[in-house]
Design a protein around this ligand. Sequence first.
Ligand code: SF4
Length: 328
Amino acid sequence: MRENELLSIENLEIKYILRRSTVNAVNGISFTINKGERVGLVGETGAGKTTTALSILKLIPEPPGKITNGKIMLGGRNLMETSEKEMRKIRGNDVSMVFQDPMTSLSPVMTVGDQIMEVVLLHNDMSKSEAALRAREMLELVGIPGERYAEYPHQFSGGMKQRVLIAIALACNPKLLIADEPTSALDVTIQAQVLELIAELREKFNMSLLLITHDLGVVSETCDRIMIMYAGRIVESGPVRTVYKNMQHPYTIGLFNSLPRLDIDTDRLEPIKGMMPDPANLPAGCAFHQRCPQADERCAQELPPLTEMENGHCIACFHAIDKERSDG
Ligand code: SF4
């Protein structure tokens, strides 16, 4: 690992081995996240984003899930060789995750303050009263008055519950925060507040952020770098500005074209035609070729490798790579 790297994933493959089929959820992805860096992971449902995130916490349900290849290094530690006991310390202390749905992530029978305190106690050598004080501070940090410590999740709105989850995730000052669609279950007006809160706290604690979303607008406002995932592979990645100005992969272009835009007068959005292939039955060649307007024979036979062009811009598409090379 380079000195500035916090997370390094190399050639990661994850499968879900079922009785009648094998689901190829993640198919050989490699990426790094630097200390303090904010990275957006974007793609349709089923692209393998959440499975990738869960693998960093070693929370892939096994069986049926299995990491079949690859290496995950976090802060110089090889997580593939880390015991479950050590992982319990790493979760929360080094890496934390905010999940999509605050309703199902909190215990309904414990006060929110106690739920934060429990995490603090698990990871720190503190007395109960010190941990309770820390839990109260965390509540206030995420904009919830400390007096609400003894209330239960059902007494909070969706946005407030998500704030509680953020407080739990940050209670032990993790080096990496993974936020998996943290606002998708919330009203639009609350979404912006929660994202702003994550951005503020990330900056305050100088954490790295892996933000999983299908919202390209959120990535442009929140992240330094973007990775586009399709059928378990990264198909385009790079600094946010570079990719947004010069997107090259037909899938990335399709994602952008399916967004509503204020600067273009149009009656209809242009969704990407077709469906993502069944991960239990991926086609040969480029997994996007059945939906790609530029596909040719080669695309149906060979897998385009993720290739670095200029300024850290990486693309996995034969045509885009040829075009960039001839333009460059
Ligand atoms: Fe389309 Fe071929 Fe590029 Fe895949 S490699 S995105 S099928 S042009």
